[in-house]
Structure formats: C-alpha cells, structure tokens
Design a protein around this ligand. Structure first.
Ligand SMILES: Nc1nc2c(ncn2[C@@H]2O[C@H](COP(=O)(O)OP(=O)(O)OP(=O)(O)O)[C@@H](O)[C@H]2O)c(=O)[nH]1
Ligand SMILES: [Mg+2]
Length: 460
C-alpha cells in the first residue's frame, strides 16, 4: 500500500466506527517494535526490506543505541479490510523501568496486541501487561512471535512445536483465568459484605463455598484461542504471520471442506482421515498428526528447511512456484538465506495483513467504550465522577459519542505530565511556577483523533 495522505487520514477520522486505538504490549525484547515496523511498512512509510531492522518507532538516539524502547511512540496507519480503517497505534516499552509508559499507553487505547516470544513464553512483564489491560478494561488480542526460533534455534519438529505452542496458549490463558477468578471472588465478597451489613445473614451458619459464582458466569470469550480469531502466529523478523482463518480459507477452496468446519478443527485434537475422507477427533489418542501440524506448520517447516537449513535451490524453486510468489534475482542470490526467506514469506503470509485484520475484526472501536470507563477516565485521582462540576459531567455524553461535528466539544485527555528543568525547555513551552515547565507527554483526544495532534500535545 502506498503512503496515505494527511487528507485521507483526516477523512478517516470522521468515522469513529472504523477507528481502532491500540497499543502493542509485551515483556522486554519479545518483538513489539519489530512487529510495529512490519505494520508501518504496510503503509509504505518505510521499505519492507528495512522492516525489523530500522525499528522506526524507536526514534530516540538512545533507543537506537541501546536497542531497547524507552518511550511509547504513536503512529496512525491506514488499512483496507472490506471497509477503510484508521489505526492509531502505540508501541510501548517492555522493560520494567519504563512501566509508567505502558500504563499511560493502555489508558489511551481501546484494545491491545499482546506479543509473546514463542521460546520465552509468558514472562513477568507479560503477566503485568495482561493485568493492566484487564484493569483498564481494554480488549487484548495475542501474537505469538519469533516462531522461526522454534525451527532454527530449538530445532523442534512441527509436531513438537505444536505441543509447545499449545503450552504457551495455556500459560497466557492461565493468567486471564486468574484475573477472572479474582474479579468474580472480589465481587462476591463485596456482595456478601453488603448483605451482612443489611443483616440478612447470620454469620454463625455460613459455609464458605470458594467456587460459588464462578460457574454462573460465561468467561469463554475472555480467552485466547486460534478458533476465536484472536491469535496470530508470527515471525516478525521474517515478515510472516497468520491466523487460522487464512488457512481455513485456502483449504476450504482446495479441499472442498466447509470453511466453518475448518475454523473449528484447524486448531485442536483433530486429524484428517484419508480413508473416511473426513476430519475426525482424537488425533493424539490415535497417534495421528493434528490438522494444524499437517496443513499449517509442515508447510512452514519445509520452507525453512529448503531455504535456511539445507539451502536446496531446486526445492525452493518448486515452493516459490507452488505458492505463486515472485522473487527477485538479487534476493535468491543473496548470501544470507534469510533475505530470500523474508522475500517469500512476506508475500505468502504477510504479518501486517494477519495482525491488522485481526485488530479490525476483534478490537472494539472507540464508540464501544463502556460508560464506566469514561467515568473512570474523567475522574482524577480519588475524586468521584458525580463530584465533578455538572458541565464536566455532561461531557461524558460527548466522550461516548466521539462526534466529529463542528459544534461538538473537543476533549483532550492528558495521560501523563512530567516536570522538566526550565533551562532544558524552549521559551514557547507552557511555563509554570518556580522555574519549571510542564510537558504533556501523550494525550487522548476523545474525538477520532489524529496522531499529529498527539504530536502537537507532545510539543506543548
Ligand atoms: N528470531 C527472531 N527475532 C526477533 C523477532 N522479532 C524480533 N526479534 C528480535 O528480538 C530483539 C528485540 O526486538 P524488539 O522489536 O526491539 O523488541 P521489543 O519488544 O520492542 O523490545 P523493548 O521495546 O525494548 O521491550 C531484536 O534483536 C529483534 O531483531 C522474530 O520474529 N524472530
Ligand atoms: Mg520496542
């Protein structure tokens, strides 16, 4: 896709239903900025050859030197997925020292892409960011990144990799499960306390049932599962990524199996019975290859084997022809096989397409923001929403409507303020008392907002 003009971005802002405000969250080094590079490259802002190498959103000199993100950075992207979408993306740091940058980023967004390294799995900051997303009530989707490491470094077979990926999903879902359980138990404890206060219960004959309330609430939508469309498997450095929707679409055409059936069976304990010409359950018990291994991972593994491990030119040519991708002569002649690999993969399974379509489909638009969250965002510190001046309280309706009408109020949400020495600040910055100046770091403009406005706020 070519570079999107400012006019286009401005016109996209007028349709809040097609806006997604999202941040990328993860433990340090799990590949957030590399993934962001691929997304930025899809808009033609950087070349796809440089994606992953440039780390475009690590725009500070110290970030480039240290190879680590220290400040959150924002960018607006355009994506066509049936409709046209405007994606306001924040890349956050993963190091614990910069965790305040994550809290401020989360507050500005309606959804998050949580990245997990396929080798490292769930790490301490992964748990922290999942908790932050939960507490801020923003919806997460998952990207399991660095799957290339399973092939090249750990040298797992496709079957072993499948078992490994299943474990990672279980780990992530265990964190969500814990958050959900504690919320239900907290709510129940609150209710009991109220009832006790009202004297409806005598404390003597109370039996404590720890699981009460848990069964009644449907929590299935909270978990990550490839068949729910909220998981992408990726290698950002090699430019590829996919959700099972992609393969369900391909194989439904090729094998004549209904897409809905494939969507339910491509992930899980299912296998293809050649005899019965049907998809059957019980792959593990019968010692069969699960569909995910047979139809998805085996293809990726054989590509890595041909291009990176054995460098088998003939096989590469066959694969390139069967995938219908075009490879430039300079890429196939390159001494580093990874160049050829990314040239093939980025056309076959472009990671930006997998992630951005998941974002458009699964993350909410600003219009879906719950009224309680608006009240929470509008209440500063311990101050309650109903104690705010009446006029301020009225802004809640405008906040929820995200109207871009001429007469609608513009609401700027200041997510972070910090004091800097007056000497270090130019004269035109906002000055406050005692030789200090105030900097607004990132702000949420709760109208469909342009990132240029974020930038303006940063420069105040
Ligand atoms: N093998 C492999 N390496 C990757 C992949 N994605 C990123 N990396 C490498 O992982 C390292 C960290 O990548 P970053 O994108 O800077 O990670 P980050 O999550 O943004 O790190 P912080 O912002 O500092 O927390 C770099 O050396 C990347 O080249 C991948 O898919 N596969
Ligand atoms: Mg980073």
């Amino acid at each position: 896709m070519g570079h999107t003009s400012l006019e286009k971005i401005i016109s996209l802002q007028r349709n809040p239903a097609n806006i997604r405000n999202l941040c990328i969250l993860a433990h340090v080094d799990h590949g957030k900025t590399t993934l962001a590079d691929c997304l930025v490259a899809s808009n033609g802002i950087i070349s796809s050859r440089l994606a992953g190498k440039l780390r475009y959103l690590d725009s500070r000199e110290d970030e480039q030197i240290r190879g680590i993100t220290m400040k959150s950075s924002a960018i607006s992207l355009h994506y066509s997925h049936g409709n046209e979408y405007l994606l306001n993306l924040i890349d956050s740091p993963g190091h614990v020292d910069f965790s305040s940058e994550v809290s401020t980023a989360v507050r500005l967004c309606d959804g998050a892409v949580v990245v997990v390294d396929a080798v490292e799995g769930v790490c301490p900051q992964t748990q922290v960011v999942l908790r932050q997303a939960w507490l801020e009530n923003i919806r997460p989707v998952l990207v399991i990144n660095k799957i290339d490491r399973l092939v090249v470094e750990l040298k797992l077979t496709s079957q072993e990799a499948y078992t490994h990926l299943k474990k990672i999903l279980e780990q992530v879902n265990a964190v969500t499960g814990t958050l959900f359980t504690s919320k239900v138990l907290e709510e129940r404890a609150g209710k009991e306390e109220e009832e006790e206060k009202e004297g409806e219960k005598s404390s003597g004959d109370q039996v404590y049932d720890w699981s009460a309330g848990l069964e009644e609430v449907d929590d299935s939508h909270l978990y990550f599962s490839p068949d729910q469309g909220n998981v992408v498997f990726a290698s950002a450095i090699d430019g590829w990524g996919f959700s099972i929707q992609h393969f369900a679409h391909i194989y439904s055409e090729r094998m004549g199996i209904k897409k809905e059936v494939l969507l339910k069976t491509l992930w899980g304990d299912f296998y293809l019975s050649m005899k019965a010409k049907r998809i059957m359950k019980g792959a593990q018990a019968k010692g069969k290859k699960p569909l995910f291994v047979q139809l998805v991972l085996d293809n990726i593994w054989s590509l890595y084997d041909a291009v990176v491990i054995r460098r088998d030119k003939e096989k590469v040519e066959k694969v390139v022809t069967s995938l219908g991708v075009k490879v430039m002569a300079r890429d196939s002649r390159h001494s580093d096989p990874k160049v050829l690999l990314s040239a093939i993969c980025s056309q076959w399974l472009p990671v930006s397409q997998a992630v951005l379509s998941m974002v458009c489909e699964k993350l909410p638009s600003p219009l879906e923001m719950a009224a309680e969250r608006v009240e929470k965002l509008m209440s500063v510190g311990a101050r309650r929403f109903d104690s705010l001046p009446e006029q301020t309280q009225h802004l809640k309706t405008a906040f929820l409507q995200c109207s871009s009408e001429e007469n609608a109020p513009v609401i700027v949400f200041v997510s972070k303020m910090f004091a800097v020495d007056a000497k270090a600040s130019p004269h035109d910055k906002l000055s406050v008392t005692r030789g200090q100046s105030m900097s607004l770091q990132v702000s949420r403009v709760k109208l469909p907002f342009p990132c240029s406005l974020w930038k303006q706020c940063e420069n105040i």
